[in-house]
Design a protein around this ligand. Structure first.
Ligand code: AHR
Length: 327
């Protein structure tokens, strides 16, 4: 397993932009070659645009493809696995050279991954993993450690609440790796603190609108009993903040709010005193994904799993860091 950071990704990016070829149609743009001697074609099956994090990941992969002169076939699945499977089959039918897949849920991929393997097309998984009986069905996974993110959120909150308090949890999409793992890591820590109790957990599907809706229901049911909300992503936390505001309470003060991702809007909410903490999850996976594709095509060995290095940010540092955030 390998860890990468922003600086490594940037180094990879710098290396890549040296690979310029003279005579390319757009001077300054390298032209990687596909199997037929034409431009490299890569299919990218994206989950959707449910969060600011997701849009940052899409931008990273799109802009990296453009920098490298790759013909990127992009498909937005609107958060539906069936749409992703359809897109993957279209990529195979069109004979792409490689596939980047951000899988919405963990299970149900085996048949389509077998078809892709039979067509000899390498698959690079980005940000979320899959559960398959045969790991050779994909080449590599580039992601964050979601269990560790959950643990870090739990540790930060246990310290903040001094081991005592009632928590509500806004979970991500049911069956998605980050929802499963972030819950697991968080509960691991909270279970060790007998004074801390998770009153309610429900999915907000990683969106701001659903996060708000579910938080409204939590507030209706539990009211002032709630000391903290743990959201599996920033967008749901921002929705919850709105719900707390509208209920006449002060988010960040009356109710502690903690989430995961580290998007710009989360930093703005921390500076405004409404969000207490965000655990970073790096979405800028484009450089590492295309490095992996190039290595696989060159016959080089790639790590089965590459883990991004993430940090924890709270209100104490938000103001100093906000200007340097890239997403
Ligand atoms: O898989 C990563 C998660 O998916 C991010 O935390 C979330 O914002 C996104 O929708």
């Amino acid at each position: 397993m390998k860890a990468f950071s922003f600086s490594l990704a940037l180094a990879a990016l710098a290396l890549c932009s040296c690979g310029e070829k003279s005579g390319s149609p757009n001077p300054g743009t390298p032209q990687p070659q596909g199997s037929t001697g034409k431009k490299l074609t890569v299919g990218f099956s994206q989950i959707g645009a449910e969060s600011a994090w997701r849009s940052a990941e899409t931008d990273s992969i799109r802009s990296e493809a453009e920098k490298r002169g790759v013909d990127l076939k992009f498909s937005d699945a609107q958060q539906k696995q069936e749409n992703q499977i359809k897109a993957l089959r279209t990529f195979v039918a069109n004979g792409v050279d490689a596939i980047i897949l951000a899988p919405v849920v963990e299970t149900g991929w085996e048949p389509v991954l077998r078809e892709i393997k039979q067509a000899n097309i390498p698959v690079v998984l980005v940000d979320r993993g899959v559960k398959v009986s045969d790991e050779s069905l994909y080449s590599t996974l580039i992601a964050s450690d979601f269990v560790e993110e959950g643990r870090r959120a739990g540790e930060w909150l246990a310290k903040k609440l001094e081991g005592k308090g009632n928590i509500v949890e806004l979970e991500g999409t049911i069956g998605a790796a980050p929802a499963i793992d972030r819950k697991k890591g968080f509960h691991e820590v909270i279970d060790k603190n007998p004074g801390m109790k998770i009153l309610r957990s429900q999915s907000g599907d990683f969106t701001r609108a659903k996060g708000k809706e579910v938080m409204e229901a939590f507030l209706k049911a539990e009211g002032k009993n709630i000391n903290a909300v743990y959201a599996h992503n920033d967008d749901m936390a921002l929705g919850a903040i709105q719900a707390i505001d509208e209920a006449g309470m002060k988010p960040g003060t009356d109710i502690v709010v903690i989430s995961i991702d580290g998007v710009k809007a989360a930093f703005e909410a921390m500076v405004a005193g409404k969000l207490n903490c965000t655990v970073e999850c790096n979405p800028l996976l484009g450089p590492a994904a295309f490095d992996a594709i190039e290595a696989i095509r060159a016959g080089k060995a790639v790590e089965k799993k590459t883990i991004a290095k993430d940090e924890v940010f709270d209100q104490s540092t938000a103001k100093d860091v906000i200007g340097s955030r890239k997403y």
